[in-house]
Structure formats: structure tokens, C-alpha cells
Design a protein. Sequence first.
Length: 300
Amino acid sequence: MVRLGNARSDENIKGWLFFLPFAALASVFFFIPLIGALLLSFREYSLLDGSPFSAGRWIGIQNYVTAFGDPTFLRALWNTCLYTGITVPAKLIISLALALICNAKIVKAKGFFRTVYYIPTITSSVAISIIFLYLFKADGLINMVLAKFGVAEIAWFYDPKVALPIIMLMATWAAVGFYMVIFLAGLQSIDPTLYEAAMIDGASEWQQFLNVTLPCLKPTIFFNLVVAMIGSFNIFDFAYIISGGLGGPADSTMTIVLYLYQTGFSYLKMGYASSIAFILFAIILALTFVQKQFFKEDAE
């Protein structure tokens, strides 16, 4: 018994020793900055004020109150919610359709199509943005094609009504490959005997999809939904590159993270920027919890 106790004690010590490097790195690069940013969100602090722990003025929740009275932040919040509400369903529907196509027995050269669909996912967002800037510029390929049909030149990225939808199109095209691979893994994990039983019962392919495929894919759908939602609310790179970091025209491409970046690093209002970051965190946390409860209840 003594030897067994000593062996367990040695295992515990070794386990903690393996855990300590991760704990140290997580504390230095995640937990301490997180707590510092939270405290900073309750202060009026500029990067020019010196140390954030000694400079600045404690103002309580005033930064949060200011945010919800800031027209630019409210516009950024609306743009981000609109972007999320359109791109997330689009990404999931298109990626599921592509996964079903790549998983079909009748499709040849599956590996080729999977690679083609996945390439945009591993392509730099800067490269993708440059491609779309070229396609949609005043004398770009899209306007050249439209001119053949008598359509007048369109200033795509200078029109407040069109700029954000193009970013939505760009982001959807760039991301569907990632979600397709996840859906493909989920489809290949479904027991084939379920489809055989459904066929014996006379179920059509559409009925098999509704009653076998979708129920079995619920964990995969939940994962993709949460990941897609978090990624959409954190949209920054495409909006920054397309608008030149300004969120224009007329704040039509301003997103929460882009405004956070502007507030913190252009206007040097780090306290206010920190409050925007935690508002975004609260929104994502609340939506993730709601989705988890929905899928949990649906599973039950």
C-alpha cells in the first residue's frame, strides 16, 4: 500500500511538472493580459499616459456607457451582426452541400475537388483581398464583363450599399473549404447501416437526408456554427484591407474589431478599446451559450 501510494504521488508530481510550463505560458500570455485588459476597461487611459497600472483615471463603467451611445460603435455592431447573420448560414449551407457532393459515390476525382474547395482556406487573406480588389475595381474584370451586357460601370468598393456585401461574398468563398472538411468528416462517421435501413423502409434520398444525415450531423453542425459565428464576429482583415483601415465608405464596412483597432491604436484610447473588446466577448459568450442550450434541448 505504501509503494502504491508513493507511485501515485510520483505520478501526480510528474503530471504537475508537465503542466507547469503550459500554466506559466498561459498565465504570462493569456490570463494576466486578460485581467489587465478588464481592469483597463474601467479606466480612461491613453497609450501616451505611461504605465496602464499607474496612469489614467478610474471611471467605472463609463467606457461601456459611452460605447452604447457612440454612433460609430453602434454602426460597427450593426454591420458585424448583419455580416454574421448572412455569412454564417451561407458558409454552413454551401459547405454542407459541397461535403455531400464530395462524399457522393458517383463523384469521381474526389481528392481533386476537395483540394480545390479547400485551397481558399489556406490562402492568405491579404492575397484574397487583393484578388477581389482587382476583380471589383473600376476597370476590373467584373465591370468589363458587365460592360459587354450594357451595364454601366459600378464603383463597387465606393458604394456604401455594395461594399459590405462584397466582403461577405469574399469571406464566404474563403471559408467554405474549412467547414466542408469538418462536414465531410462528420458524414464519413455516419454508420452506413442507417442508410441501408432507411432504404429498406422505402425512404427517398431527401428523406434519408432529413431523418438520417442531419440528426447524425448535429454535433458537427453545432461545432461549425459556433466556430463560424466566432470568426464572423471577429472579422477584421478583409474589412481593414478593403477599406484601407478606415471602415468606409460612410462606415459601411466598419466592424467591431476594426473599430476596436482604430480606437486603441489610431486614437490611442486603450481604456475605451478594452471595453469594446469585452462587449464583443460578452456578445459571443451569450450567443454561444444560447446555441449550446438549443442543441442540447434539441438532442434531448
